[in-house]
Ligand binder design. Structure first.
Ligand SMILES: Cc1ncc(COP(=O)(O)O)c(C=O)c1O
Length: 393
């Protein structure tokens, strides 16, 4: 069954008022997600927050089931978080590392992750082995294989970076990780909701995701996947009365499953909305939605390349919906300002958000135009006409 784009757009209120090519920033929420959130907030206002949670517990629980279904996880392997950064942090700061221990990073590493790594270099004396990209622009698997030593404690890889169309070969990275028996955490912040993700195919121990981007859920939501067999490799950096039980005056017991990485108070309406967003995607079919994203992004890149002075900076063998480009005369900040005036949403992509990649490839501040399945060919044409006009000077 093909995607009914007019019906999908009818269910996407924002698509009437903006041309939204900022899906790698935040996707536009569909009506059912918006309704799930506002319904719960209304219930909280009418009967009380705790009581509303109790009444909506089936919806809240379904968020776990929906995420499990989407990524192939088992019950007890998902911890709801406020964003992907905190999810990833649970793994990274939860891993006991001694001076001289090594971790693997990739060229696509996101700034927040790399800053955390640098902090542990400073405080714990660990060593980062950053693996460059191969000639196709994806993580070099041979170098990864060679650089793993007996002191390598964790492989950190980025599925889709903040600043390009690249889709890293996550499953092949997983094969190398398994070959060496090194734990593997995948930053799937930009990929969950965009490309089909299955934790068993990928072979990761841990995976972090966010709600507001390609999943089209609300802001302030995210999740962590922890493989049951790997849960004792990390210890939650923070514990509270939800993550653990205070069993005796001087003792506590951590929860047996991934809920030990959660904390008690949170954005219940948002978490319900996240579950609804995942169900919405499951109904459409992640394979189908990715096929459309990929077709639209290819069309966008091809049209942009035809505009005088434009360079498209995307790399990789497999590419997703994120398209980054610059112009040889008109600065990205000026392009964005003009697009804002036309109600066309894009994001500036700054070199310091992905410094390893930006410095290696000498990337400027770029325009990041990220498409979703609900965007249209007409929008791509309109977008490119605008870019051509703005860059004419
Ligand atoms: C590759 C990558 N990883 C992690 C993050 C952090 O996600 P969040 O803002 O949900 O914490 C981002 C955010 O843009 C990202 O692009």
């Amino acid at each position: 069954m093909s995607l009914d784009i007019p019906a999908i757009r009818k269910e996407t209120p924002g698509s009437e008022s903006v041309l939204h090519f900022n899906n790698a920033g935040t996707g536009l929420m569909p009506r059912p997600v918006l309704d799930a959130i506002t319904d719960h907030l209304t219930l909280e206002a009418m009967i009380g927050g705790y009581e509303a949670h109790h009444k909506s517990d089936h919806l809240y629980s379904d968020t776990y089931s929906a995420i499990e279904e989407l990524i192939g996880a088992k019950p007890g392997e998902i911890a709801l978080q406020e964003n992907a950064t905190r999810a990833w942090d649970q793994v990274f700061y939860g891993m006991k590392l001694r001076p001289g221990d090594r971790i693997i990073a990739d060229q696509a590493s996101y700034a927040s992750s790399y800053i955390a790594m640098l902090q542990r270099v400073k405080n714990d004396g660990i060593i980062i082995d950053a693996i460059p990209n191969d000639s196709y622009g994806q993580m070099d698997l041979e170098l990864l294989d060679q650089r793993i030593t007996s002191r390598t404690r964790l492989i950190c890889a980025t599925h889709i970076p903040t600043n390009s169309g690249l889709v890293n070969p996550a499953s092949k990275i997983g094969s190398v990780a398994r070959k060496h028996g090194v734990p593997y955490v995948l930053d799937a912040c930009q990929s969950v909701g965009q490309v089909p993700v299955n934790v068993d195919d990928i072979g990761c121990d841990f995976l972090s995701g966010t709600g507001r981007k390609y999943l089209r859920g609300p802001r302030g939501t995210g999740f962590l996947y922890v493989r049951t067999a790997s849960i004792d490799l990390i210890e939650p950096p923070f514990l509270d009365l939800h993550a653990a039980v205070w069993t005796k005056m001087n003792e506590y017991e951590m929860r047996p499953d991934s809920s030990r990485f959660e904390n008690w108070e949170g954005y219940v309406a948002g978490k319900i909305g996240l579950g609804r967003a995942v169900r919405y995607l499951l109904d459409l079919g992640p394979e189908q939605t990715f096929a459309r994203i990929s077709t639209l992004a290819t069309a966008l890149r091809n049209q942009l390349r035809e505009i005088n002075g434009v360079t498209v900076h995307d790399i990789g063998v497999v590419m997703g919906g994120i398209c980054t480009f610059s112009h040889n005369k008109t600065k990205a900040v000026e392009i964005k300002a003009e697009l804002d005036r036309q109600k066309i949403n894009v994001q500036l992509s700054h070199p310091e958000w992905s410094r390893l990649d930006a410095e290696t490839r000498d990337l400027p501040v770029m325009i990041r135009a990220s498409v979703h399945y609900y965007n249209t060919e007409d929008e791509i044409n309109r977008f490119c006409e605008n870019i051509a006009q703005i860059c004419k000077g």
